[in-house]
Ligand binder design. Structure first.
Ligand code: NAD
Ligand code: TYD
Length: 352
């Protein structure tokens, strides 16, 4: 019997990780700790919320006392830490929120886990930090990929805060011999993606005939991975990753933003019964993001060769599934864009 604390489990990736662990490991006890910020939405987990091995805890990782109390009460064996501020554009306008949650929150969580584990030794314990490839900075040479040896060179307040948290996790592994493991993943897409990020924003705007804001010339490149494949990789690393190691996760799937938006337009034209080319007319080039990283591309050979993980979906198939999910879950999207989901779930949680 293992007790696992997953942080950020009401968010986009966290909800897929929680679902995978709750359904695949009925013998585990899964706690989902989430503050329910604008990005946290319990509707993402409505299908498993009554599972007997699942408990939701509302809480803030910037609150050290709350975490100490939680670890005193719950016998946590493993932590899978995803809670974070995750949007680069927001980090440009409000960097301190990223320092607080991503850096201070991660150190609070490390302290709470260390203090509760240290008395009985670290045997059987594991602290897994889920991070991003953005810590490596921006690639300019088309031959280059991010490997686990690429030096950190974060360029945005978001990636700087994630780099700092990665460094703290490794420092706790080195200094206190805490059993830590990390992964750095490329851009995710799929169901429950918050519509401030490129793919769900474009799907939402195409459906509503709104302009499609492409930053700069649309030439920036991202390496896209289906979110369920990321959750599978997290499961693999949590169970089989070597302590102290870092694993890069990606799908060898690079797309220029403008090509991706055009592909989405064409899929949406077909699904909505619009003549081909209709949605692409909505494309609007807008002022570039400040300090916009040119290209991210992951070399995922280490996790593939050492742990046997590989992506299960081709991009076109994943994108079709994603578009279908958003078109079939318009209520989810409307609730998120109107902000209704927060008051609804707040009151539901208060009544429990
Ligand atoms: P998200 O923004 O969708 O979800 C973040 C979750 O964390 C939300 O549920 C939010 O309520 C919660 N949270 C935020 N602040 C909190 C706090 N102070 N205390 C407790 N909970 C808090 O993010 P996501 O896209 O699902 O990303 C999850 C993790 O994966 C992040 O650590 C991110 O850096 C990392 N990551 C994301 C991507 C990506 O493409 N989205 C890629 C690689 C790595
Ligand atoms: P985003 O989904 O915010 O992820 P990240 O910045 O973490 O990679 O953005 C993906 C790419 O799309 C990035 O190059 C910025 C660009 N972009 C746009 O062109 N328009 C938009 O409205 C958004 C949100 C992003």
């Amino acid at each position: 019997m293992k007790t696992i604390l997953i942080t950020g489990g009401a968010g986009f990736i966290g909800s897929h990780v929680v679902r995978l662990f709750v359904t695949k490991y009925p013998e585990y006890r899964i706690y989902n700790l989430d503050k329910l910020t604008y990005a946290g939405n319990l509707a993402n987990l409505s299908d498993i919320e009554d599972a007997p091995n699942y408990t939701f805890i509302k809480g803030d990782i910037t609150d050290a006392k709350f975490l100490e109390d939680l670890f005193a009460e719950v016998p946590v064996d493993g932590v899978i830490h995803l809670a974070a501020e995750s949007h680069v554009d927001r980090s440009i306008t409000d960097p301190m929120a990223f320092v607080m949650t991503n850096v201070v929150g991660t150190v609070n969580l490390l302290n709470a886990a260390k203090n509760s584990w240290v008395a009985n030794g670290f045997d059987g314990k594991r602290f897994y930090h889920v991070s991003t490839d953005e810590v490596y900075g921006s690639l300019h040479n088309p031959e280059e990929f991010f490997t686990e040896e690429t030096p950190y060179d974060p360029q945005s307040p978001y990636s700087a805060s994630k780099a700092a948290s990665d460094h703290f996790v490794r420092a706790y592994g080195n200094t206190y011999k805490m059993p830590v493991v990390l992964s750095n993943c490329s851009n995710n897409y799929g169901p429950n993606h918050f519509p401030e990020k490129l793919i769900p924003l474009m799907i939402h705007n195409i459906r509503n005939n709104k302009p499609l804001p492409v930053y700069g010339k649309g030439e920036n490149v991202r390496d896209w991975l289906y979110v369920v494949d990321h959750a599978r990789a997290i499961d693999t690393i949590f169970h089989n990753g070597k302590l102290g190691e870092t694993y890069n996760i990606g799908g060898f799937n690079e797309w220029r933003n403008i090509d991706l938006v055009n592909l989405l337009c064409s899929i949406m034209d077909r699904k909505l019964g619009r003549p081909e080319g209709t949605s692409a007319q909505l494309i609007t080039y807008v002022t570039d993001r400040a300090g916009h990283d040119l290209r991210y591309a992951i070399d995922a050979h280490k996790i593939m060769n050492e742990l046997g993980w590989e992506p299960s979906l081709q991009f076109e198939e994943g994108l079709e599934k994603t578009v279908d999910w958003f078109l079939n879950n318009q209520e989810w999207l409307d609730n998120v864009t109107s902000g209704n989901y927060q008051s609804y779930y707040e009151s539901m949680y208060a009544n429990r």
